[in-house]
Design a protein around this ligand. Structure first.
Ligand SMILES: [Zn+2]
Length: 262
């Protein structure tokens, strides 16, 4: 059986640590590197539900995208059972479950989060458009009206709704940035894109989109990144045939859309 350390190395082979942002926290974050692993659960985030699922299924390792601890939105100064995060980390450790997180290194990697998103949205010849190689931009085989593209994005990413701003342009050259990539809007414009699909956009970005001449689509953080999980499952299964690897069944979109009148 492979160890946690060997699985971490296999993941760094496809998403090298050097590609991670300097503020990020990636790699083997929790547990013993020498623990042998027979079952792996793959999820976008290590939530309480995902931890319970891993324990119930006898998984010794969770491979996740977002760091389970000590990154920009989740600083760790203490690990105490009376805080939600401390409770989660202690539960994993007490149950012998390790965690490996592949975050911004996997965003930038070839075949990573953004290549998978571009592939899911059927972009032709997608390539990087940001200095840090995080986003991808490519062409649709045929240009589409924005409402048709919005419908296609919803179906392809299995989201129940998107927020979007119409700049009055048909959709042909599309930039994608899985998760919170709104900061790359100007780079998408500079690359000549008419449309940008990402998540976590602000009111002011939508307000200014028409003036800047770019259609903005916020398809949600979970829907734009979740497609990477299936790729991680197939990669790890192929690399370690003796491992049982599965995608979490308990982690799903937590944001719901209520639309008045429907
Ligand atoms: Zn993310």
């Amino acid at each position: 059986m492979p160890t946690v350390r060997e699985i971490e190395q296999a993941l760094f082979d496809v998403a090298p640590r050097e590609l991670a942002m300097e503020w990020d926290n990636v790699g083997h974050l929790l547990g013993d590197a020498d623990w042998p692993v027979s079952r792996v659960l793959v999820a976008l985030d290590i939530t309480e539900d995902v931890a319970d699922e891993a324990i119930a299924k006898g998984c010794e390792l969770i491979v996740a995208h977002h760091p389970v601890m000590n990154c920009r939105w989740l600083p760790v100064q203490s690990i105490r059972d009376d805080t939600p995060q401390g409770h989660l980390l202690l539960k994993l450790l007490r149950s012998g479950v390790s965690a490996i997180c592949m975050h911004t290194n996997l965003d930038a990697a070839e075949g990573g989060v953004n290549d998978v998103l571009a592939e899911t949205l059927k972009l032709v010849d997608p390539g990087p458009f940001t200095d840090n190689q995080v986003g991808r931009c490519g062409l649709l085989a045929e240009s589409m009206a924005l409402p048709d593209f919005v419908r296609f994005v919803c179906q392809a990413l299995q989201c129940s709704g998107v927020r979007y701003a119409d700049a009055g342009r048909p959709v042909h050259q599309v930039a994608v940035g899985g998760g919170a990539c709104g900061e790359f809007e100007d780079a998408a414009i500079a690359a000549g894109c008419d449309t940008f699909v990402t998540a976590d956009l602000s009111y002011h970005q939508f307000l200014d989109a028409k003036g800047k001449g770019i259609n903005l689509i916020d398809a949600g953080h979970f829907p734009t990144e979740d497609p990477i999980c299936a790729k991680l499952v197939s990669y790890l299964s192929g690399r370690f045939p003796e491992l049982t690897v599965e995608k979490s069944a308990s982690h799903r979109e937590v944001i719901h859309y209520y639309v008045e009148g429907e």
